[in-house]
Ligand binder design. Structure first.
Ligand code: CA
Length: 485
C-alpha cells in the first residue's frame, strides 16, 4: 500500500505541475483612450513610460492589435462577450443610469474562466451599465459584474466625466449616507448647463451622495491599491483580474506627483500615471513570486484623443499645442471614434515568461478574441453559441505569426480589414454626407496599409474588384450574425 501511494505521488506530481502551467493567472489591463503613439515602446519621446518599455522588452509587442471599437462601451462589450458590439442595439456610449447590457447567463470572459476554476475580479471603469435602467444607486445594484461571472468588483460605474462620481463595490455604493441619497438627471447630456461634481464638469447631474464622492486625483491610487489587494488575496489559486483604468480619459486630474512630469501636457502626465499603475501590479506579482505564472496583457480601449468634450485646459483637455508636438496616435490617421487605423489600432503588450517569446508581432488580433483565446489557454471548448466573433489567437499571443485574416473595425461606420487591405464603405443614410472630421462620405475608400499605413491614398478606383469582394465579405459578416468558424 505504501509503495502504491508513492507510485501515485510520483505520477501525480508531474500532472499537478502541468495543470499549474496550463492555468496561469491572467491579468488584463485596459487603459482608457491611450493611443498607438502614447507609450515610449511605441515611439513616444515626450512621455516617459519606463515600466511599459521594460515590460514590452520582456514580452511581445503587437503592432497590429485592435480594440473592437473606436469608443469605450462597444469595446468593453465585445471584449466581455466575444461578440462584435454592432450586432447588439444599445451598446453605444452609455449614460451612468443605463442598466446592464450584458445579459446574465451568456458566456463571458470571467464566466468562462470561472468554469476553469479561476477566481475572477474587475477593478476600475465598468461602463457596461448596472442594474436596470434607470439605475438606482441607493439600493442593492444588480444585475452587474457579479451576475455575469465576476467574484469581486470595485467599479467606477460609467466614466470619469459621467455621474455618479462614486465607487461601487460589488452591489453597493461605497460610503453612501442613506440620508443623502444619490439622484441623477441625464435629461441634459451635452452642452450647457453642465453639472459640476468636485468642481469639474460632468455629463449627467448628480445630487446627493456627497459622502461617497471619489477624489479625482486619487483615482489611480485607489485602483492600483484594489488591484494589488485582489492579487494578494488570491495568490494561491488561479485568478483573472480585469483592471480597467480611468487614465487617460477626461477629466484628466493627475495626482500631484505626476503633474508636469511629462513634456506633453496634462494628457502626457496621465499616461505616466498609467505607467505607474501598471508598475504597481507588476511589482505585486514580483513580490508574490507570481510573475512566471501570470499572463499579463496591457492594451487600450480605443485610439487616442486630445479631447472630446470641449476645451477645458485646466483638466488636461486642450489644444494640440498643449500636446507639444507629441503624436498620440503615431503616424496613424484618425483617432478615437474614427474608422481609420487611429480609431482602433492600439498598443498591445503581452508577457508570460517562458511561454511568450520576446519580440514584435505583426499578427492581426483584437480584444474580441480574448474569450476564445483564454478558453484555449485553459483547455476549454467554447459552445457554438458563445463568442460569435471571437477567434482563438492564442498561437499569435504565444509567438506565432498568424492572427486573423479579417477584422471589422467599428468606428462610426464599419470598416473591414482583410490582410493589409482596408475598406471603408460608403457611409449610409444620414451619415452619407461627407463628414470632414471623420473623413467618411458617399465614396468607398480602399487603402493598402502595406505601403500606406497613414491611409493617405484612396485606391478604390484602381481596385474595383477588391472593393466588391471586401464589401461582400463585410455584408456576409453582418448578415450571418457571426464570423467565427
Ligand atoms: Ca475609451
Amino acid at each position: 500500500m505504501k509503495h502504491l501511494l508513492s507510485v501515485l505521488a510520483l505520477l501525480l506530481t508531474p500532472l499537478a505541475a502541468l495543470a499549474e502551467t496550463a492555468k496561469p493567472n491572467i491579468v488584463f489591463i485596459l487603459a482608457d483612450d491611450i493611443g498607438y503613439g502614447d507609450l515610449g515602446c511605441y515611439g513616444a519621446t515626450k512621455i516617459k513610460t519606463p515600466v511599459l518599455d521594460r515590460f514590452a522588452k520582456e514580452g511581445r509587442r503587437f503592432t497590429d492589435a485592435h480594440s473592437p471599437a473606436a469608443v469605450c462601451t462597444p469595446t468593453r462589450y465585445a471584449f466581455m462577450t466575444g461578440e462584435y458590439a454592432f450586432r447588439k442595439q444599445g451598446t453605444g456610449i452609455l449614460p451612468g443610469i443605463a442598466g446592464l447590457i450584458v445579459a446574465p447567463g451568456r458566456m463571458t470572459v470571467p464566466g468562462m474562466l470561472k468554469l476553469a476554476g479561476y477566481t475572477t475580479g474587475v477593478v476600475g471603469k465598468w461602463h457596461l451599465g448596472l442594474g436596470t435602467t434607470p439605475t438606482d444607486y441607493n439600493t442593492e445594484i444588480k444585475p452587474g459584474p457579479l451576475e455575469i461571472g465576476f467574484d469581486y468588483a470595485w467599479l467606477l460605474p460609467a466614466t470619469g466625466d459621467r455621474t455618479p462620481c462614486v465607487w461601487v463595490e460589488n452591489h453597493r455604493v461605497v460610503g453612501l449616507d442613506p440620508k443623502d441619497p444619490i439622484k441623477l438627471d441625464y435629461s441634459v447630456q451635452r452642452g450647457e448647463p453642465r453639472s459640476f461634481v468636485n468642481g469639474i464638469p460632468r455629463i449627467g447631474e448628480q445630487v446627493g451622495g456627497k459622502a461617497a464622492l471619489w477624489k479625482d486625483d486619487e483615482i489611480c491610487d485607489v485602483l492600483a491599491g484594489k488591484a494589488v489587494t485582489f492579487i494578494e488575496k488570491n495568490k494561491d489559486k488561479p485568478f483573472f483580474l480585469y483592471l480597467a483604468t480611468h487614465d487617460i480619459h477626461v477629466p484628466r486630474v493627475p495626482n500631484a506627483r505626476f503633474k508636469g512630469q511629462s513634456q506633453a501636457g496634462v494628457r502626457g502626465d496621465c499616461v505616466q500615471s498609467f505607467d505607474w499603475t501598471v508598475g504597481q501590479v507588476l511589482a505585486a506579482l514580483d513580490r508574490l513570486k507570481l510573475t512566471d505564472n501570470t499572463l499579463v496583457i496591457v492594451t487600450s480601449d480605443n485610439g487616442g484623443v486630445l479631447d472630446n468634450n470641449g476645451p477645458d485646459k485646466e483638466h488636461g483637455i486642450g489644444s494640440p499645442e498643449a500636446n507639444n508636438g507629441h503624436l498620440h496616435n503615431g503616424m496613424l490617421r484618425g483617432g478615437k471614434g474614427s474608422p481609420f487605423e487611429g480609431g482602433t489600432r492600439v498598443p498591445f503588450l503581452a508577457r508570460w515568461p517562458g511561454h511568450i517569446p520576446q519580440g514584435d508581432s505583426a499578427a492581426l488580433i483584437c480584444h474580441v478574441d480574448m474569450l476564445a483565446s483564454f478558453a484555449a489557454l485553459t483547455g476549454q471548448k467554447l459552445p457554438d453559441t458563445a463568442g460569435p466573433d471571437s477567434f482563438d489567437v492564442l498561437p499569435a499571443l504565444l509567438g506565432g505569426t498568424t492572427g486573423r485574416e479579417t477584422l471589422v473595425e467599428h468606428g462610426g461606420v464599419l470598416a473591414l480589414r482583410q490582410g493589409t487591405w482596408k475598406l471603408i464603405p460608403p457611409a449610409e443614410g444620414a451619415k452619407a454626407k461627407k463628414n470632414k472630421k471623420r473623413g467618411t462620405g458617399p465614396d468607398a475608400q480602399l487603402y493598402n496599409l502595406a505601403n500606406d499605413l497613414g491611409e493617405t491614398k484612396n485606391v478604390a478606383a484602381e481596385h474595383p474588384d477588391r472593393v466588391r469582394e471586401m464589401t461582400a465579405v463585410l455584408d456576409r459578416i453582418r448578415e450571418q450574425g457571426r464570423s467565427r468558424p
